[in-house]
Write a protein that binds this ligand. Sequence first.
Ligand SMILES: *Cc1c(COP(=O)(O)O)cnc(C)c1O
Length: 393
Amino acid sequence: MSEVPAQTARDTTLLHAGRAEGKGPVNTPVHRASTILFDSVAELETAKAARFAKGTLFYGRFGTPDTFAFEDAVSVLEAGVATVAVPSGLAACVLPLVAFLKPGDHVLVADTIYEPTRTSLNAFIARNGVAVEYVDPRADLAPLLRPETRMIYLESPGSLTFELQDLPAVAALAKGRGIVTVCDNTWATGYFCQPLALGIDIVVQAATKYIVGHSDAMLGTVTVADAALHKPLREAANWLGHAVAPDAIYLGARGLRSLGARLKQHHATGLELARWLETQPGIARVLHPGLASHPDHAIFRRDFRGASGLFSVLLDTTDRAIASRFADSLALFGLGFSWGGFESLVLPGDPAHARTATVWTEKRQLVRLHAGLEDPADLRADLAQALVRCFPT
Ligand SMILES: *Cc1c(COP(=O)(O)O)cnc(C)c1O
Protein backbone atom coordinates (compact mmCIF):
# COMPACT_ATOMS: atom_id res chain seq x y z
CA MET A 1 0.00 0.00 0.00
CA SER A 2 2.94 2.34 -0.53
CA GLU A 3 2.17 3.13 -4.15
CA VAL A 4 0.16 6.28 -4.66
CA PRO A 5 -3.53 5.44 -5.19
CA ALA A 6 -4.56 5.75 -8.84
CA GLN A 7 -6.84 8.47 -10.19
CA THR A 8 -10.36 7.10 -10.24
CA ALA A 9 -13.84 8.27 -11.15
CA ARG A 10 -13.88 9.74 -7.62
CA ASP A 11 -11.37 12.38 -8.81
CA THR A 12 -13.62 13.36 -11.69
CA THR A 13 -16.80 13.59 -9.64
CA LEU A 14 -15.02 15.58 -6.93
CA LEU A 15 -13.96 18.22 -9.45
CA HIS A 16 -17.45 18.62 -10.86
CA ALA A 17 -19.57 18.16 -7.74
CA GLY A 18 -21.58 21.20 -6.64
CA ARG A 19 -20.61 23.31 -9.64
CA ALA A 20 -22.79 24.85 -12.28
CA GLU A 21 -21.47 23.45 -15.57
CA GLY A 22 -21.21 25.42 -18.77
CA LYS A 23 -21.03 29.18 -19.29
CA GLY A 24 -19.96 31.58 -16.52
CA PRO A 25 -17.48 31.48 -13.64
CA VAL A 26 -15.88 28.14 -12.87
CA ASN A 27 -16.62 28.49 -9.15
CA THR A 28 -19.86 29.33 -7.36
CA PRO A 29 -19.68 33.04 -6.45
CA VAL A 30 -19.45 33.94 -2.76
CA HIS A 31 -22.70 35.26 -1.31
CA ARG A 32 -22.62 37.59 1.66
CA ALA A 33 -26.10 37.66 3.06
CA SER A 34 -28.22 37.92 6.14
CA THR A 35 -31.51 39.20 4.70
CA ILE A 36 -32.92 37.45 1.65
CA LEU A 37 -35.62 39.44 -0.17
CA PHE A 38 -38.83 37.92 -1.55
CA ASP A 39 -41.32 39.15 -4.14
CA SER A 40 -44.41 38.50 -2.06
CA VAL A 41 -45.57 37.39 1.36
CA ALA A 42 -46.73 34.15 -0.20
CA GLU A 43 -43.22 33.48 -1.52
CA LEU A 44 -41.67 34.37 1.85
CA GLU A 45 -44.01 31.97 3.62
CA THR A 46 -43.27 29.16 1.19
CA ALA A 47 -39.55 29.64 1.86
CA LYS A 48 -40.15 29.68 5.62
CA ALA A 49 -42.11 26.43 5.52
CA ALA A 50 -39.25 24.78 3.61
CA ARG A 51 -36.39 26.42 5.51
CA PHE A 52 -34.95 23.13 6.82
CA ALA A 53 -35.11 21.46 3.40
CA LYS A 54 -32.01 21.12 1.26
CA GLY A 55 -31.15 24.20 -0.79
CA THR A 56 -33.89 26.56 0.46
CA LEU A 57 -32.84 30.20 0.33
CA PHE A 58 -34.59 31.74 3.36
CA TYR A 59 -32.24 33.63 5.68
CA GLY A 60 -28.45 33.92 5.83
CA ARG A 61 -28.11 31.60 8.82
CA PHE A 62 -29.66 28.75 6.83
CA GLY A 63 -27.12 29.07 4.03
CA THR A 64 -26.78 30.68 0.62
CA PRO A 65 -26.19 29.15 -2.85
CA ASP A 66 -22.43 28.78 -2.20
CA THR A 67 -23.17 26.94 1.08
CA PHE A 68 -25.53 24.60 -0.76
CA ALA A 69 -23.00 24.01 -3.56
CA PHE A 70 -20.29 23.15 -1.01
CA GLU A 71 -22.66 20.85 0.89
CA ASP A 72 -23.57 19.05 -2.34
CA ALA A 73 -19.89 18.56 -3.18
CA VAL A 74 -19.17 17.10 0.27
CA SER A 75 -22.15 14.76 -0.14
CA VAL A 76 -20.51 13.45 -3.31
CA LEU A 77 -17.13 13.12 -1.55
CA GLU A 78 -18.71 11.07 1.25
CA ALA A 79 -21.13 9.06 -0.92
CA GLY A 80 -24.04 10.61 0.99
CA VAL A 81 -27.31 12.26 0.03
CA ALA A 82 -27.15 15.51 2.03
CA THR A 83 -24.67 17.54 4.08
CA VAL A 84 -24.97 20.23 6.72
CA ALA A 85 -22.03 22.67 6.94
CA VAL A 86 -21.28 23.95 10.45
CA PRO A 87 -18.73 26.43 11.84
CA SER A 88 -16.10 23.91 13.05
CA GLY A 89 -15.18 20.26 13.14
CA LEU A 90 -16.22 20.07 16.77
CA ALA A 91 -19.61 21.58 15.89
CA ALA A 92 -19.95 18.74 13.33
CA CYS A 93 -19.11 16.11 15.98
CA VAL A 94 -21.65 17.55 18.43
CA LEU A 95 -24.51 18.14 15.95
CA PRO A 96 -25.72 14.50 15.65
CA LEU A 97 -25.57 14.15 19.45
CA VAL A 98 -27.84 17.18 19.86
CA ALA A 99 -30.12 16.12 16.99
CA PHE A 100 -30.69 12.48 17.96
CA LEU A 101 -30.05 11.95 21.70
CA LYS A 102 -32.66 12.69 24.37
CA PRO A 103 -32.88 12.04 28.11
CA GLY A 104 -32.89 8.32 28.88
CA ASP A 105 -30.98 7.36 25.74
CA HIS A 106 -27.72 5.40 25.82
CA VAL A 107 -24.79 6.07 23.49
CA LEU A 108 -21.75 3.85 22.93
CA VAL A 109 -18.65 5.85 22.14
CA ALA A 110 -15.23 4.65 20.96
CA ASP A 111 -12.72 5.39 23.71
CA THR A 112 -10.26 6.86 21.21
CA ILE A 113 -12.35 9.75 19.87
CA TYR A 114 -11.08 13.31 19.52
CA GLU A 115 -10.73 14.59 23.06
CA PRO A 116 -12.87 17.77 22.78
CA THR A 117 -15.77 15.61 21.47
CA ARG A 118 -15.38 13.57 24.64
CA THR A 119 -15.53 16.75 26.72
CA SER A 120 -18.76 17.79 24.95
CA LEU A 121 -20.26 14.35 25.63
CA ASN A 122 -19.31 14.44 29.32
CA ALA A 123 -20.00 18.07 30.10
CA PHE A 124 -22.98 18.78 27.87
CA ILE A 125 -24.71 15.66 26.48
CA ALA A 126 -24.50 13.58 29.70
CA ARG A 127 -25.79 16.54 31.71
CA ASN A 128 -29.02 16.26 29.71
CA GLY A 129 -29.74 12.73 30.95
CA VAL A 130 -28.01 10.71 28.23
CA ALA A 131 -26.01 7.69 29.42
CA VAL A 132 -22.59 8.00 27.74
CA GLU A 133 -20.60 4.75 27.74
CA TYR A 134 -17.06 4.56 26.35
CA VAL A 135 -15.92 1.30 24.79
CA ASP A 136 -12.70 -0.25 23.58
CA PRO A 137 -12.58 0.74 19.88
CA ARG A 138 -11.89 -2.91 18.99
CA ALA A 139 -14.58 -4.40 21.27
CA ASP A 140 -17.51 -6.49 20.04
CA LEU A 141 -20.40 -4.11 20.74
CA ALA A 142 -23.22 -6.70 20.60
CA PRO A 143 -23.15 -7.54 24.36
CA LEU A 144 -23.10 -3.82 25.22
CA LEU A 145 -26.35 -2.89 23.45
CA ARG A 146 -29.29 -1.93 25.66
CA PRO A 147 -32.94 -1.44 24.70
CA GLU A 148 -32.33 2.30 25.08
CA THR A 149 -29.14 2.38 22.99
CA ARG A 150 -29.82 5.07 20.43
CA MET A 151 -26.42 5.83 18.94
CA ILE A 152 -22.95 4.38 18.33
CA TYR A 153 -20.29 7.04 17.85
CA LEU A 154 -17.03 6.02 16.16
CA GLU A 155 -13.83 7.58 14.91
CA SER A 156 -11.62 5.44 12.71
CA PRO A 157 -8.69 5.63 13.08
CA GLY A 158 -8.79 6.97 16.63
CA SER A 159 -7.11 10.18 17.68
CA LEU A 160 -3.41 9.92 18.67
CA THR A 161 -3.30 6.09 18.73
CA PHE A 162 -4.88 5.13 15.36
CA GLU A 163 -6.97 2.06 16.26
CA LEU A 164 -9.41 1.16 13.45
CA GLN A 165 -12.99 0.05 13.92
CA ASP A 166 -14.81 -2.57 11.90
CA LEU A 167 -17.32 -0.15 10.40
CA PRO A 168 -19.37 -2.68 8.35
CA ALA A 169 -19.72 -4.92 11.42
CA VAL A 170 -20.88 -2.04 13.63
CA ALA A 171 -23.27 -0.83 10.91
CA ALA A 172 -24.78 -4.33 10.58
CA LEU A 173 -25.23 -4.55 14.34
CA ALA A 174 -27.06 -1.22 14.52
CA LYS A 175 -29.33 -1.77 11.49
CA GLY A 176 -32.95 -2.52 12.35
CA ARG A 177 -32.45 -1.63 16.02
CA GLY A 178 -33.19 2.10 15.80
CA ILE A 179 -29.54 2.89 16.48
CA VAL A 180 -27.93 5.77 14.58
CA THR A 181 -24.27 5.17 13.73
CA VAL A 182 -21.93 8.15 13.45
CA CYS A 183 -18.32 8.10 12.30
CA ASP A 184 -15.76 10.90 12.47
CA ASN A 185 -14.01 10.51 9.11
CA THR A 186 -11.62 13.45 9.39
CA TRP A 187 -8.45 11.36 9.02
CA ALA A 188 -9.28 9.62 5.73
CA THR A 189 -11.99 11.90 4.29
CA GLY A 190 -14.37 10.34 1.78
CA TYR A 191 -11.50 10.36 -0.68
CA PHE A 192 -9.81 7.42 1.05
CA CYS A 193 -12.68 5.85 3.01
CA GLN A 194 -16.45 6.15 2.70
CA PRO A 195 -18.10 4.99 5.94
CA LEU A 196 -21.55 5.71 4.46
CA ALA A 197 -20.86 3.18 1.69
CA LEU A 198 -19.92 0.70 4.44
CA GLY A 199 -23.32 1.09 6.10
CA ILE A 200 -22.72 3.91 8.59
CA ASP A 201 -25.58 6.46 8.85
CA ILE A 202 -23.76 9.76 9.46
CA VAL A 203 -20.23 10.96 8.73
CA VAL A 204 -18.77 14.00 10.46
CA GLN A 205 -15.68 15.84 9.23
CA ALA A 206 -13.42 18.52 10.57
CA ALA A 207 -13.25 20.17 7.14
CA THR A 208 -10.78 22.47 8.92
CA LYS A 209 -8.22 19.71 8.26
CA TYR A 210 -7.81 18.24 4.76
CA ILE A 211 -10.81 19.79 2.99
CA VAL A 212 -9.77 23.37 3.72
CA GLY A 213 -6.23 22.02 3.58
CA HIS A 214 -4.27 25.24 4.17
CA SER A 215 -4.65 25.85 7.93
CA ASP A 216 -6.58 29.04 7.37
CA ALA A 217 -10.24 28.38 8.19
CA MET A 218 -12.50 26.52 10.64
CA LEU A 219 -15.26 24.41 9.08
CA GLY A 220 -17.22 21.22 9.76
CA THR A 221 -19.56 19.00 7.78
CA VAL A 222 -22.18 16.40 8.68
CA THR A 223 -23.23 14.07 5.85
CA VAL A 224 -26.06 11.54 5.88
CA ALA A 225 -26.72 8.36 3.94
CA ASP A 226 -30.51 8.64 4.31
CA ALA A 227 -32.43 11.83 3.48
CA ALA A 228 -34.67 11.31 6.54
CA LEU A 229 -31.72 12.13 8.82
CA HIS A 230 -31.10 15.50 7.19
CA LYS A 231 -33.94 17.57 8.64
CA PRO A 232 -33.27 16.73 12.32
CA LEU A 233 -29.66 17.82 11.78
CA ARG A 234 -30.70 21.08 10.11
CA GLU A 235 -33.10 21.79 12.95
CA ALA A 236 -30.42 21.08 15.57
CA ALA A 237 -27.99 23.39 13.73
CA ASN A 238 -30.64 26.09 14.04
CA TRP A 239 -31.24 25.38 17.76
CA LEU A 240 -27.52 25.91 18.25
CA GLY A 241 -27.57 29.08 16.16
CA HIS A 242 -24.98 27.79 13.72
CA ALA A 243 -24.13 29.86 10.67
CA VAL A 244 -21.04 29.39 8.53
CA ALA A 245 -19.14 32.44 7.29
CA PRO A 246 -18.98 32.70 3.46
CA ASP A 247 -15.17 32.86 3.51
CA ALA A 248 -14.97 29.50 5.27
CA ILE A 249 -17.36 27.96 2.74
CA TYR A 250 -15.32 29.47 -0.09
CA LEU A 251 -12.06 28.04 1.28
CA GLY A 252 -13.69 24.64 1.86
CA ALA A 253 -15.08 24.54 -1.68
CA ARG A 254 -11.72 25.60 -3.12
CA GLY A 255 -9.86 23.03 -1.02
CA LEU A 256 -12.10 20.20 -2.22
CA ARG A 257 -10.88 20.58 -5.80
CA SER A 258 -7.27 19.75 -4.90
CA LEU A 259 -8.09 17.32 -2.09
CA GLY A 260 -7.26 14.22 -4.11
CA ALA A 261 -3.93 15.54 -5.40
CA ARG A 262 -2.89 16.68 -1.93
CA LEU A 263 -4.01 13.52 -0.15
CA LYS A 264 -2.05 11.32 -2.54
CA GLN A 265 1.13 13.16 -1.59
CA HIS A 266 0.26 13.07 2.14
CA HIS A 267 -0.28 9.31 1.70
CA ALA A 268 3.06 8.73 -0.01
CA THR A 269 5.13 10.97 2.27
CA GLY A 270 3.43 9.76 5.46
CA LEU A 271 4.01 6.10 4.62
CA GLU A 272 7.57 6.71 3.49
CA LEU A 273 8.40 8.48 6.77
CA ALA A 274 6.51 5.89 8.85
CA ARG A 275 8.39 2.99 7.23
CA TRP A 276 11.73 4.72 7.61
CA LEU A 277 11.04 5.68 11.24
CA GLU A 278 10.30 2.00 12.04
CA THR A 279 13.97 1.26 11.32
CA GLN A 280 15.46 4.16 13.30
CA PRO A 281 17.16 3.98 16.70
CA GLY A 282 15.18 6.03 19.21
CA ILE A 283 11.85 4.93 17.70
CA ALA A 284 10.16 2.11 19.64
CA ARG A 285 6.99 1.84 17.53
CA VAL A 286 5.19 3.59 14.72
CA LEU A 287 1.39 3.80 14.94
CA HIS A 288 0.19 4.05 11.33
CA PRO A 289 -2.65 1.85 10.03
CA GLY A 290 -1.02 1.64 6.59
CA LEU A 291 1.96 -0.28 8.02
CA ALA A 292 1.91 -4.07 7.95
CA SER A 293 2.94 -3.95 11.62
CA HIS A 294 -0.31 -2.19 12.63
CA PRO A 295 -2.74 -4.54 14.45
CA ASP A 296 -5.67 -3.34 12.29
CA HIS A 297 -3.83 -3.36 8.97
CA ALA A 298 -6.23 -5.98 7.52
CA ILE A 299 -9.18 -3.64 8.12
CA PHE A 300 -7.16 -0.80 6.59
CA ARG A 301 -6.56 -2.81 3.44
CA ARG A 302 -10.20 -3.78 3.23
CA ASP A 303 -11.87 -0.38 3.89
CA PHE A 304 -9.35 2.35 2.94
CA ARG A 305 -7.94 3.35 -0.46
CA GLY A 306 -5.05 5.21 1.09
CA ALA A 307 -3.73 6.92 4.20
CA SER A 308 -3.52 10.57 5.07
CA GLY A 309 -0.40 12.15 6.53
CA LEU A 310 -1.12 11.85 10.26
CA PHE A 311 0.44 9.16 12.46
CA SER A 312 2.23 8.74 15.78
CA VAL A 313 5.52 7.33 16.99
CA LEU A 314 6.51 5.99 20.38
CA LEU A 315 9.96 7.26 21.24
CA ASP A 316 12.26 4.80 22.97
CA THR A 317 12.13 6.78 26.20
CA THR A 318 9.76 7.35 29.11
CA ASP A 319 11.25 10.80 29.68
CA ARG A 320 8.86 13.60 28.74
CA ALA A 321 11.73 16.05 28.50
CA ILE A 322 13.27 14.01 25.67
CA ALA A 323 9.96 14.03 23.76
CA SER A 324 9.86 17.82 24.18
CA ARG A 325 13.47 18.08 23.01
CA PHE A 326 12.63 15.94 19.95
CA ALA A 327 9.71 18.23 19.02
CA ASP A 328 11.75 21.37 19.73
CA SER A 329 14.65 20.08 17.59
CA LEU A 330 12.59 19.73 14.42
CA ALA A 331 12.92 22.63 12.01
CA LEU A 332 10.44 21.68 9.27
CA PHE A 333 7.71 20.31 11.56
CA GLY A 334 5.79 23.17 13.16
CA LEU A 335 4.59 22.76 16.73
CA GLY A 336 0.86 23.29 17.05
CA PHE A 337 -2.65 21.83 17.16
CA SER A 338 -4.75 20.72 14.22
CA TRP A 339 -3.33 19.19 11.01
CA GLY A 340 -4.39 18.54 7.41
CA GLY A 341 -2.76 21.66 5.97
CA PHE A 342 0.12 21.65 3.49
CA GLU A 343 2.71 21.90 6.27
CA SER A 344 4.32 19.28 8.49
CA LEU A 345 3.54 19.34 12.20
CA VAL A 346 4.66 17.69 15.42
CA LEU A 347 2.82 17.38 18.74
CA PRO A 348 3.77 15.43 21.86
CA GLY A 349 0.64 13.62 23.11
CA ASP A 350 -0.51 11.70 26.15
CA PRO A 351 -3.38 9.28 25.43
CA ALA A 352 -3.56 8.04 29.06
CA HIS A 353 -5.59 10.92 30.45
CA ALA A 354 -8.21 10.79 27.66
CA ARG A 355 -9.12 7.08 28.03
CA THR A 356 -11.57 5.46 30.45
CA ALA A 357 -12.77 2.18 28.84
CA THR A 358 -9.24 1.13 27.96
CA VAL A 359 -6.01 1.65 29.84
CA TRP A 360 -3.08 3.19 28.02
CA THR A 361 -0.24 1.45 29.85
CA GLU A 362 2.48 2.53 27.44
CA LYS A 363 4.99 4.67 29.32
CA ARG A 364 7.16 5.46 26.30
CA GLN A 365 6.56 8.93 24.97
CA LEU A 366 4.09 9.39 22.13
CA VAL A 367 4.67 12.05 19.50
CA ARG A 368 2.17 12.75 16.71
CA LEU A 369 3.48 13.75 13.31
CA HIS A 370 1.74 15.27 10.30
CA ALA A 371 3.55 14.65 7.03
CA GLY A 372 3.04 17.75 4.91
CA LEU A 373 3.75 18.41 1.25
CA GLU A 374 7.46 19.23 1.62
CA ASP A 375 10.14 17.07 -0.04
CA PRO A 376 10.04 13.77 1.90
CA ALA A 377 13.87 13.65 1.83
CA ASP A 378 14.01 17.01 3.63
CA LEU A 379 11.51 15.81 6.22
CA ARG A 380 13.49 12.61 6.76
CA ALA A 381 16.73 14.56 7.22
CA ASP A 382 15.02 16.82 9.74
CA LEU A 383 13.69 13.83 11.72
CA ALA A 384 17.12 12.19 11.56
CA GLN A 385 18.93 15.19 13.04
CA ALA A 386 16.34 15.47 15.84
CA LEU A 387 16.69 11.74 16.64
CA VAL A 388 20.48 12.03 16.80
CA ARG A 389 20.14 14.98 19.15
CA CYS A 390 17.77 13.07 21.47
CA PHE A 391 19.33 9.61 21.24
CA PRO A 392 23.08 10.06 20.86
CA THR A 393 24.86 6.79 20.10
C1 LIG B 1 -9.57 18.49 14.64
C2 LIG B 1 -10.59 17.44 14.79
C3 LIG B 1 -11.91 17.77 15.08
C4 LIG B 1 -12.35 19.18 15.39
O1 LIG B 1 -12.21 20.04 14.33
P1 LIG B 1 -12.13 21.64 14.55
O2 LIG B 1 -12.43 22.17 13.21
O3 LIG B 1 -10.77 21.91 15.06
O4 LIG B 1 -13.20 21.98 15.56
C5 LIG B 1 -12.83 16.74 15.15
N1 LIG B 1 -12.47 15.46 14.94
C6 LIG B 1 -11.20 15.12 14.68
C7 LIG B 1 -10.87 13.69 14.47
C8 LIG B 1 -10.22 16.09 14.60
O5 LIG B 1 -8.96 15.74 14.37
